[in-house]
Ligand binder design. Structure first.
Ligand code: FUC
Length: 820
């Protein structure tokens, strides 16, 4: 351990490393109202989202509904692509990259739409006259209840408001109370930064209805309605024009119901008024306390599955924004735990079964035309959103993503036909609520026909964790369709027997040899994605005993995929040619997909590639955009370097005070700053912490693979490993595993890798592992030997000694391990 670190650890008062996670610590809190949107606090129930500002005199609750998107059902394929395809390929293979890119811009990139934006519903404003001066201000978001609370005192009366987005009742509920009867008076209004119709109904209801916006050549046609009903206790409520006024109430409960006309990507014929009214009426029939308790129970069912304790210091006594600002200078391990749990909270709150997947901003967006439309960018961002879902025990939250992939496999069939004359389905680097599949934004970014190949990994991953063959059979046609596209479009790379994707890009990066055009063929990431897609689809077909002939064809193409290559700087080549520049600090690290989230590169199985990939990451450097830094946390975890992963954690947890700053980090409300706000970084962080503490991708459950020196002791419960193993409990002291409890849900061999020798309690026998792990979920396909440039200097890979054990397990049984 470094000297400075030892001093740091000694200087900070560790106020506890309680075994149980202390409820009170799972909150974000502040002593001032939000001054900007990225200081407001997010609540959500998967469909409805809100940002609560906590302003005593001018409260703003910004509202979202996950299907309020611009546009209407549409496709964005460019039919000119098909004829141009052979010409583009020829130009690429002749090295005429600029010409190829120009031609793609003219013939492939959509002329219809670059994707539709996800849009804000608008704002609920609550004006409290006379509350401009207040004292004793406090506001918090409690992750265990999903309640945003604001408290302050005006003229001796203490006011409190609590806002939550109810999971069971499908409404947002705000309750305002005061410690003196008759002291609550306020007015409520609604607006949107676009034309809407606002009216009142009766004396206590406000209604806002509108239609979403146009974008590119697509007219906005999603109708939506937001209804606000106020139930005062004591006092009165009245309505005038577009305003509700509450006077001298003891308490007031505000119900917000929002619905749209969206049924699915092809149908927007629902009646938003009837839907909003139905949820509202249902919610009004229920007792407030009951609603609150039921809501909390649902949130806890998910959140409570994982507890983490990395230690607690005096820093927890500071407000969250102060802690973020001081994180890199002080010692605040609980803030890392909180950030980890915040990611889980956000996923639960924005990605519920039956809904839409988390967008670039989850479900929280205050704009009509947000950055990158807050849609689905699938060359990293959407996938990153779901990295934590299986490992941190939130498998249900995958459902909207899986549903979207199924739908993209439908819409993408036409794109494959129209643009490539190909079988199967294809998706480029973006999609939206309408499940567009065509390339957008310009060739440099959009000419990447690999979105489906990457998303399909999530279909397989779910199976690796749950072992459910029925589920696998249900997604198999989607996997097969994705493979079929490549079987009919792969072409031979000149001078080799290799089959490659052409045209394509290594996401958003251009090689130094032709920096203004990113286009090429057979990029490393594409080859890695195809390797995974092919091997997993073959495996799925074999498990399901189906499609023998198809499998033979896939195996033929699999054999002809290019191997990974190590270039002249000892780096893992990003492209098929040795074009990398060691000065390239581009945020995308696409070729390192093979390290994480994939498992193609391993210190134990492919040491040369492991070293080369690490060299590539060192060249790329640390500071970057939010999501990039969080990808690097996961990568350094896979490189088994916990201290470097921690360095990225300190880069990420650094306060970004302005929405558009020049570097990535964290806003005061703990939203990830790309900048601007992008939620992928939050989710990448959560996955990264899990990856530092436990990995299960490389043939074994690796406990504490990348623990940084700053967390010498701690405990985590509830992580999940591939093969249906629950890591019920994992505890460590002085940097070494001290206790491990694993539950086997599916039975089979449990192979464990550990830096410390282990023994098992009770009747199990822990054997030294021999040969391949025979647990079918730990099957790892063989990787081709890399091609290595003659001038490449490789470093030897030194991994700390590990112990590898096998334990036969029975389904449903728990096993307890101790250090030997
Ligand atoms: C990709 C990234 C950008 C941004 C955008 C939403 O295009 O390269 O950094 O995250 O997605």
């Amino acid at each position: 351990m470094k000297k400075t670190l030892l001093l740091l650890l000694a200087a900070s008062t560790v106020v506890g490393t309680a075994n149980a996670q202390s409820d009170s610590l799972l909150k974000l809190w502040y002593n001032h109202p939000a001054r900007q949107w990225v200081e407001a606090l997010p609540i959500g129930n998967g469909r409805l989202g809100a940002m609560v500002f906590g302003d005593p005199s001018r409260e703003r609750i910004q509202l979202n509904e996950i299907t309020v998107w611009a546009g209407q059902p549409n496709r964005n394929d460019n039919p000119d692509a098909r004829e141009a395809l052979p010409k583009v390929r020829k130009l690429i293979f002749e090295g005429k990259y600029t010409e190829a890119q120009d031609l793609v811009n003219q013939t492939f990139i959509s002329k219809i739409s670059n994707g539709m934006p996800y849009q804000t519903v608008g704002d609920l404003h609550l004006l409290f006259p006379g509350h401009e001066k207040y004292s004793g201000y406090y506001r918090e978001l409690n992750l265990e209840t999903g309640i945003a609370t604001t408290r302050y005192t005006v003229n001796g009366t203490t006011y409190q408001s609590r806002v939550f987005a109810s999971f069971p009742d499908q409404v947002i509920i705000a309750r305002i109370t005061a410690d003196r009867p008759g002291s609550i008076s306020f007015s409520a209004s609604m607006d949107r930064p676009a034309a809407v119709v606002v009216s009142v109904k009766g004396n206590d209801e406000l209604i806002m209805s509108g239609v979403t916006g146009d974008c590119d050549s697509v007219k906005g046609k999603v109708r939506f309605q937001a209804e606000v009903k106020i139930l005062p206790e004591g006092g009165s409520v009245s309505a005038a024009d577009t305003l509700l006024t509450v006077t001298n109430a003891n308490a007031a409960t505000i119900y917000v119901s929002i619905a749209s006309s969206f049924r699915n990507y092809a149908d927007i014929s629902a009646d938003p008024d009837a839907r909003a009214e139905e949820s509202l009426q249902k919610a009004l029939k229920r007792d407030y306390d009951r609603s609150l308790q039921d809501h909390i129970a649902i949130l806890q069912k998910y959140l409570d599955r994982v507890h983490i304790d990395l230690g607690v210091t005096d820093s927890v006594k500071n407000p969250t924004d102060v802690r973020i600002a001081e994180f890199s200078r002080g010692y605040d391990p609980q803030l890392a735990s909180l950030y980890f749990q915040f990611g889980r909270y956000l996923l639960i709150s924005c990605s519920q079964p039956g809904g839409q997947p988390a967008t670039l901003q989850g479900i929280w967006n205050d704009q009509l035309y947000p950055p990158w439309d807050s849609k689905y960018t699938v060359n990293i961002n959407t996938e990153m959103n779901y990295w934590p879902s299986e490992v941190t025990n939130l498998s249900e939250m995958n459902e909207p993503l899986i549903e979207m992939i199924r739908e993209l496999a439908e819409t993408g069939r036409q794109t494959a036909q129209i643009m490539y004359g190909a079988d199967g389905w294809v998706l480029h680097h973006n999609t939206d609520l309408w499940r567009i599949n065509g390339p957008i934004d310009g060739s440099f970014w959009g000419m990447w026909p690999m979105g489906g190949a990457w998303l399909c990994q999530h279909l397989w991953e779910k199976y690796e964790y749950n072992g459910d063959e029925k589920y696998l059979a249900s997604v198999y046609p989607v996997l097969k369709g994705a493979v079929e596209f490549y079987l009919s479009t792969l072409v031979q790379y000149p001078g080799h027997d290799w089959l490659v994707v052409c045209p394509s890009v290594s996401p958003e990066n251009a090689p130094s040899s032709h920096p203004t055009s990113s286009i090429s063929a057979g990029t490393t990431m594409d080859n890695q994605l195809l390797f995974d897609l092919f091997t997993k689809t073959i495996r799925a077909a074999e498990i399901l005993h189906t499609d023998g002939d198809f499998v033979s064809k896939v195996k033929e193409d699999l054999r002809r995929l290019p191997p990974m290559q190590i270039g002249k700087y000892g780096q893992l080549q990003e492209w098929i040619e040795d074009w990398d520049n060691p000065q390239d600090h581009h945020r995308h690290v696409s070729h390192l997909y093979g390290v994480y989230p994939s498992n193609q590169i391993s210190p134990f199985r492919t040491p040369e590639l492991f070293d080369a990939a690490r060299t590539s990451l060192i060249y790329r450097g640390d500071p970057s955009t939010g999501w990039s830094m969080n990808w690097k946390i996961n990568l350094w975890a896979r490189f088994l370097d916990g201290n470097h992963a921690y360095k990225l954690i300190t880069n990420q947890i650094s306060l970004v005070e302005k929405p558009a700053f020049e570097k990535g980090g964290t806003y005061a409300n703990m939203f990830d700053a790309h900048p601007p706000f992008q939620i992928d970084g939050n989710f990448g962080f959560t996955a990264g912490i899990a990856e530092m503490l436990m990995q299960s991708d490389d043939g074994a459950i690796f406990v504490l693979p990348a623990l940084p020196d700053v967390w010498p002791q701690g405990r985590i419960t509830g992580l999940r490993a591939r093969g249906g193993f629950d890591i019920k409990e994992m505890e460590w002291k002085e940097g070494k595993l001290s206790r491990l409890v694993i539950k086997s849900n599916l039975g089979g061999n449990c192979r464990i890798r550990s830096y410390s020798p282990l023994k098992v309690e009770g009747d199990g026998t822990l054997l030294q592992a021999q040969g391949e792990n025979e647990n079918p979920f730990y099957w790892v396909p063989e990787i081709k030997k890399p091609l290595i440039a003659p001038e490449a200097k490789l470093n030897s890979v030194e991994v700390r000694k590990t112990f590898l054990y096998d334990l036969r397990t029975e389904a449903g049984k728990e096993y307890v391990f101790d250090r030997l």
